[in-house]
Design a protein around this ligand. Structure first.
Ligand SMILES: [Zn+2]
Length: 138
């Protein structure tokens, strides 16, 4: 082995090391800079035979669902759910389902998802009305 090829080999190893380091740095940067997937930003209300209504979490709105359809106002007739969305929170305001389980599930928000038994969901099983706190990729 001459001295020239030895230096050349060393330089190649250095270049390879630098390339690997650069690639690793790039990968870390990509991980740090990508937007958080699934950060909740909207409430998705599922009802009826598969219909879904998406409402941005910051909106303020009352949604009334009766017998699987969205209606203008609550009358207490049929299978009725009144869902309130207000400044990043959602809850089942009233419902005439048998045991009002959906009303007992409390407020759904970024602050409560971690401690709620149903996580990102409010579920009214008897009426098949579901509210999900959803984000991208969910
Ligand atoms: Zn219910």
């Amino acid at each position: 082995m001459t001295e020239t090829t030895g230096t050349c080999r060393k330089r190649n190893w250095l270049l390879l090391g630098a390339a690997i380091l650069f690639a690793a740095l790039l990968a870390v940067l990509c991980l740090l800079l990508r937007p958080k997937p699934g950060a909740p930003d909207r409430f998705v209300i599922r009802y009826g035979s598969g219909e879904a209504l998406e409402i941005p979490a910051r909106e303020t709105r009352t949604v009334v669902i009766r017998d699987g359809k969205i209606v203008d106002e609550a009358t207490g007739e049929g299978d009725e759910n009144v869902i309130r969305i207000e400044n990043g929170t959602a809850w089942m305001e009233t419902a005439n389902c048998p045991h009002h389980e959906c009303m007992k599930q409390g407020v759904l928000s970024a602050d409560t998802v971690g401690s709620r038994p149903l996580g990102t969901w409010i579920v009214c099983a008897p009426h098949r009305v579901y509210v999900e706190y959803a984000g991208d990729g969910q």
